[in-house]
Design a protein around this ligand. Structure first.
Ligand code: PYC
Length: 316
């Protein structure tokens, strides 16, 4: 029987499962290289941890690794129901809260090594976490798409640790009762981007789609709905998506250093974003809270034909 020790948490409603023991040995070296070894040699492990019957399409996994940089508290590789993420904002907040729960870190400033680069993470005595994300930027402005059933909409392409298409003029109601239509529209956006070969700067697929609308909370600046790569939607305001959003706002002169952007999610939870402008780069910080929900041991029974998880049906 194989045993995998995990700690589950949620960040603003979006779940993270941190693997603390029983993960594959990925050797040493930068997280980006270890991610490739994970993907090429141990992908069934990813599926076993996050896919049904143990997990769900919404769950993001985080494999804790020994960091190669001595100034980092941990290395981490994020994964989901269909693959891997270079960076994950809600997941990074979940990892910091999990490390605190395990007694591995105290309130103060820390660093995490991710495949997208090292990020700073502040754990406050209140338990709130501030992640200083990777430098974020807008790559394309006002890209127009014609979608069957939705007409013409426009959006920006931006990097926030993942590639995003961000649209404000979609005309849809951002409410939990409307998730069926929101999923349908965002999935069609992703398919259209793929069909027209519109990609990020590095030619990678734009696999996160974010719709924005006025907030419902009086303390927020905007509400969003974010389609994740595996067909689920983010319950949190999406840390990398909020980073991409503030990068676009800075590029448009609508936001800047010293100000706070309060991003509401589709379920009404909140992240706060600020930016630091450094040598022409936009470095967003995201503040949020995570709560540990379970400490468990996953069991992989060799007699179980579904021990490595069910393949997710999601495909754009
Ligand atoms: O918070 O960055 C994020 C994120 C990406 C996918 C799900 N959550």
């Amino acid at each position: 029987m194989k045993r995998i020790r995990v700690i589950d948490s949620h960040t603003a409603g979006e779940p993270t499962r941190v693997v603390v023991e029983g993960g594959p040995d990925l050797g040493s070296g930068p997280m980006g290289e270890r991610l490739i070894r994970f993907r090429d040699g141990f992908d069934p492990f990813r599926s076993a941890v996050v896919n049904e019957p143990r997990g769900s399409d919404t769950l993001v996994g985080a494999l804790l690794c020994e960091p190669c940089r001595s100034d980092c508290a941990a290395g981490v590789i994020f994964f989901n129901n269909v693959g891997y993420l270079g960076m994950c904002g809600h997941g990074a907040i979940g990892v910091v809260s999990t490390l605190a729960h395990l007694g591995r870190i105290e309130p103060g400033r820390h660093r995490l090594e991710t495949p997208a680069g090292a990020i700073a993470a502040g754990l406050q005595p209140s338990g709130e976490v501030v992640i200083e994300n990777v430098a974020s930027f807008r790559w394309a402005k006002g890209v127009a798409l014609d979608l069957e059933g939705y007409g013409r909409l426009t959006g920006d392409v931006a990097w926030g640790g993942n590639w995003f298409f961000l649209s404000e003029d979609h005309g849809l109601r951002l409410s939990p009762e409307n998730t069926g239509r929101l999923l349908d529209c965002t999935w069609k956006i992703r398919r259209e981007l793929r069909k027209r070969r519109i990609t990020g700067r590095d030619r990678r697929e734009i696999d996160h789609i974010a719709l924005f609308a006025p907030p419902q909370r009086t303390d927020a600046d905007a509400r969003n709905f974010v389609l994740c790569p595996g067909g689920s939607y983010d319950r949190s305001p999406c840390g990398t998506g909020t980073s991409a959003k503030v990068a676009c706002l800075v590029a448009d002169g609508r936001f800047g250093q010293g100000r706070t952007w309060r991003q509401e999610s589709i379920i009404g939870s909140l992240f706060e974003a600020t930016v630091r402008l450094h040598r022409g780069r936009i470095v967003p910080s995201i503040k949020g809270s995570a709560f540990v929900t379970a400490e468990s041991t996953l069991l992989l029974d060799p007699r179980d034909p579904m021990r490595m998880g069910l393949k997710s049906a999601a495909s754009p």
